[in-house]
Design a protein around this ligand. Structure first.
Ligand code: ZN
Length: 529
């Protein structure tokens, strides 16, 4: 592997890298700062986030990058924040005049992503995956009168719908349009055991974290939803009672990603919700490395990562600080490491690079949505997004999983960079986890910008898969995603080098990246192709 790096450095003209970049220690030093307990988990709107933003701006400046925000390196973003007051909240199933109270946190949780009405009482309908995919004429919402009802659905989708399409139509924004059209007043999503990253008990604890939305009316649609809840699949039978269907049946079908039935449910849901509402502000932190080509310098390649994490929450094993070392201090550290390597080697890049670290990814990709819809350079000048979020260098880097690989020119460019390094490229092994829409690249995609997203990859059934799965189960969105976990620094350094070479390749390529002719995401492209 090492020899291949040197050979590659030869043909890119520059021998990059001091020891501190090649051994991963500089990358790790940024994580040590950002994921320190003192930053209290970098919750959007918090003092810890403010410290992190100041640190990143300082590092951008040290690396010789130009400010790219609206106020120096900062682009302030306003958010509404909501926290549940569970003492004043309840869910109950009402059948034949009898009410069965549900246990919040055990049977179900109330989500604050949807701004809840104080009280909702409505009949329930089971709508399969709750998916509408017009181009496949697939519609789980058809055939039942859903007006005024609460739609109960299994998260995920059937295997008949290709991954990208399925992911796209499972996004809150796409679902919302069809739910509103059908007259649905609320949703109850069944957590799909086949796609759950973390055990129910831990994901249920997250219900006490504040939910946020952008505090700009044009960017904050509610789609007429008054309540949104998540159902624990272990207690699904309570909801299905009297319907003629069982949890075992539904879960078995969902596990195989088979089509699900549609049927009305017996009874009504009574939901009462008390919420504490505040307004907060946090900046995206943005910096520019100007390109040198007289024409192409007005085009920008985005390198993005999210600076926020979950803050301070319910303790797990006595620790209440959710440090977010891998999620996503690691991606921010990659951007900083790339900026420093470029500062040291000073290559001439034809296009400009714009480094965008965003707020409120954990709150529904909000900071990136704000940047992508209100960019600090002209929208049509943004030609690509390379997003780095929790790439998980937990074992040596030989395989790169690329999300969006088959969608645009960028897929061929990443192959051209990885092949000489001996890194094998693979596509998404688990489309059912919806990873392609679960990080900030998705907001760029929605603006028509070809994008890629990356993870250190593994083969199915390998020991590395075991390590990655164990990490998700034990550390993902837990306080133990901190600086006291084993990380493969060499893998991180190798990954960072690959990202740097990819950024250079995209910046220097004469042709602007384009969506492939047959890419589903091409529909968002506005640049006339
Ligand atoms: Zn996260």
């Amino acid at each position: 592997m090492k020899r291949r790096w040197l050979a590659l450095a030869g043909f890119t003209c520059l021998l990059y890298g001091t020891d501190s970049s090649t051994d991963g220690k500089r990358w790790w030093s940024h994580i040590l700062y950002l994921a320190d307990d003192k930053l209290e988990g970098r919750l959007t709107g918090s003092e810890g986030y403010r410290k992190a933003a100041i640190y990143v701006a300082g590092e951008f400046e040290r690396a010789g990058l130009k400010p790219g925000g609206t106020s120096g390196y900062f682009q302030p973003v306003k958010f509404k924040s909501r926290e549940i007051v569970e003492e004043g909240s309840s869910l109950a199933l009402e059948r034949n005049g009898a009410k069965e109270a549900l246990r919040l946190g055990e049977d179900a949780t109330i989500s604050m992503r949807v701004d809840p009405a104080v009280s909702v009482e409505a009949p329930l309908a089971f709508v399969g995956y709750g998916l509408t995919v017009p181009e496949l004429k697939f519609d789980d919402l058809a055939g039942q009168d859903l007006r005024g009802k609460i739609a109960v659905y299994m998260s995920g989708g059937p295997s008949s719908i290709p991954g990208a399409l399925s992911s796209h139509y499972q996004s809150a924004e796409e679902r919302g349009v069809f739910l509103e059209r059908a007259g649905v007043v609320g949703t109850c999503a069944i957590a799909n055991p086949a796609a759950m990253d973390v055990p129910w008990a831990r994901s249920a604890l997250a219900r006490f974290q504040p939910a946020m939305s952008l505090n700009y009316p044009e960017l904050d649609k509610s789609f007429g939803l008054q309540i949104s809840a998540t159902i624990n699949p272990s207690h699904l039978d309570k909801w299905l009672a009297g319907s003629g269907h069982t949890a075992d049946e539904i879960l078995a079908l969902a596990k195989e990603r088979k089509p699900l039935p549609h049927f009305s449910l017996d009874g009504r849901l009574n939901a009462k919700t008390e919420a504490r509402r505040t307004e907060v502000e946090s900046p995206n932190v943005i910096a520019i490395l100007p390109g040198t080509d007289p024409k192409l310098k007005d085009e920008y390649v985005v390198l993005s990562a999210h600076l926020d994490h979950l803050g301070v929450g319910r303790p797990i094993n006595g620790d209440s600080i959710y440090n977010g070392a891998m999620d996503d201090a690691s991606g921010v550290a990659t951007l900083l490491d790339i900026a420093e390597q470029l500062h040291e080697a000073k290559p001439k890049l034809r296009r400009s690079l714009i480094f965008v670290t965003v707020a409120a990814e954990e709150k529904g990709l909000l900071g990136s949505k704000y940047f992508a819809t209100n960019p600090t350079v002209k929208r049509e000048q943004i030609v690509a997004d390379l997003n780095v979020d929790m790439f998980l260098p937990l074992f040596p880097f030989h395989i790169l999983t690329v999300y969006g690989l088959d969608e645009s020119d960028l897929g061929r460019q990443v192959r051209a960079v990885a092949d000489p390094l001996g890194i094998r490229i693979q596509r998404d092994l688990e489309p059912e986890r919806n990873i392609f829409i679960r990080s900030d690249q998705y907001n760029f995609i929605r603006q028509g910008v070809p994008s890629l997203f990356f993870k250190v990859g593994y083969e199915k059934g390998s020991p590395e898969e075991g390590i990655a799965k164990k990490w998700l189960k034990e550390r993902y969105h837990a306080p133990s995603d901190d600086v006291n976990q084993p990380v493969d620094l060499k893998a991180a350094a190798d990954f960072n080098r690959m990202m740097l070479l990819l950024a250079e390749t995209v910046a220097n390529q004469t042709a602007r990246p384009q969506w492939d002719q047959d890419s589903f995401f091409r529909r968002f492209a506005k640049n006339g192709d």
